[in-house]
Ligand binder design. Structure first.
Ligand code: SF4
Length: 355
């Protein structure tokens, strides 16, 4: 079972930058000041009471943790130390920028038993980074991933495909680059235009058009397939649904949906079934089999895949589960044929572009 992540958001705190796309206060849904030690302790125990027996980690997300004043970092990390000592939680994780992770900082974090560091890479393409006002290079991001991994931390990379100047090919290259550098897990946040950001100005003046929902689903599906094939887990796709994120109000445009992860995973199965079906000689009485834990993704969010297969003329009689299948596998049976394949082995997916 994955550890329980108990998050504390430190929106935009410590960050002197103004990235084109960022409104951390909105994204993290939190306008409150930094949490005091008593609040951290109380919140952790509340979470643990609701999930007894789980291993747990405290997470400091939002903003750039390692750019906070050192004293503030000590206060936050220090508040977790008694919880670590008593075994209530087993680790600390935090997110920050690639250029705020030098060797001294890593020593400091190791001393406070930080276990996992998530690095906001967004893209490795220099043009995309420059246009987004990131203030660091792709090479710095790669070096940070390598440094953090070598120092013994678990390291994750956050990617933000679809920014100005990005393309699906560049986004895939960025993913391959961070995985090759040693990222052990990924978060993929396709671009959304949040009100009050520089990206919103570009969008309003017609200088930027993010991938829309369907384009973003296809793009994220290609990225997820690549990560899955490389054996690198994607732990999150899309911004968390939150009261502060309202399409048409705070979200002006882009790829956002409260169930984006499920839509993206479903897209991979949609493609896989089409490809398997195209290899059939005869489609009579076609039945689809998948692992039980993948049934909802195979059917698609709101039966989206079933509907599209039907509208596309695929004569599917039923979708059934088979626990002997691997989670990535699909089997199609007809009167005369049985075909099986896996999300990991298919490569022939469609390419998608966006402005
Ligand atoms: S570095 Fe991170 S927190 Fe700071 S503006 Fe950029 S995206 Fe936002």
């Amino acid at each position: 079972m994955r550890p329980l992540i108990i998050p504390f958001f430190i929106p935009h705190a410590g960050c002197p930058h103004t990235c084109l796309f960022c409104d951390q206060r909105l994204i993290s849904g939190n306008h409150a000041p930094l949490p005091p030690a008593e609040q951290i302790t109380a919140t952790v125990h509340e979470w643990l009471d609701r999930s007894p027996g789980r291993t747990a980690e405290v997470a400091f997300y939002g903003g750039s943790f390692t750019l906070l004043p050192r004293q503030t970092q000590e206060q936050l990390l220090g508040a977790v130390q008694p919880l670590l000592a008593e075994g209530a939680v087993q680790g600390i994780r935090l997110s920050t920028r690639p250029d705020a992770l030098d060797a001294d900082m890593l020593d400091f974090l190791a001393g406070y038993q930080v276990r996992t560091i998530e690095i906001g890479v967004q893209s490795l393409d220099e043009g995309v980074l420059h246009r987004s006002g990131r203030g660091h290079t792709g090479q710095q991001a790669l070096e940070a991933i390598q440094r953090v991994a070598t120092a013994g931390f678990q390291v994750g990379a956050q990617l933000l495909p679809g920014l100005p100047g990005d393309s699906p090919a560049k986004a895939l290259d960025s993913l391959r680059g961070v995985v090759a550098a040693g990222a052990q897990f990924l978060r993929i946040y396709p671009a959304v235009v949040l009100s009050g950001t520089g990206l919103a100005d570009l969008y309003r003046h017609g200088h930027y058009h993010p991938p829309d929902l369907e384009e973003g689903i296809r793009l994220c599906a290609a990225l997820l397939r690549e990560a899955t094939t490389a054996g690198c887990p994607v732990v999150r796709i899309g911004l968390q649904a939150d009261d502060g994120l309202v399409p048409g109000q705070t979200i002006l445009a882009g790829c956002w949906h409260p169930a984006l992860g499920q839509l993206v995973k479903g897209e991979l199965f949609y493609d896989l079934v089409l490809q398997l079906a195209s290899r059939l000689d005869d489609r009579a009485e076609m039945v689809l089999y998948c692992h039980p834990q993948r049934l909802s993704e195979v059917r698609g969010h709101g039966n989206r895949n079933l509907r599209r297969w039907h509208e596309g003329g695929l004569p599917l009689c039923a979708v059934r589960t088979d626990p002997l299948l691997e989670q990535q596998q699909i089997r199609i049976e007809t009167v005369r044929q049985k075909l099986k394949d896996s999300l990991i082995t298919i490569r022939n997916h469609k390419e998608y572009t966006y402005a």
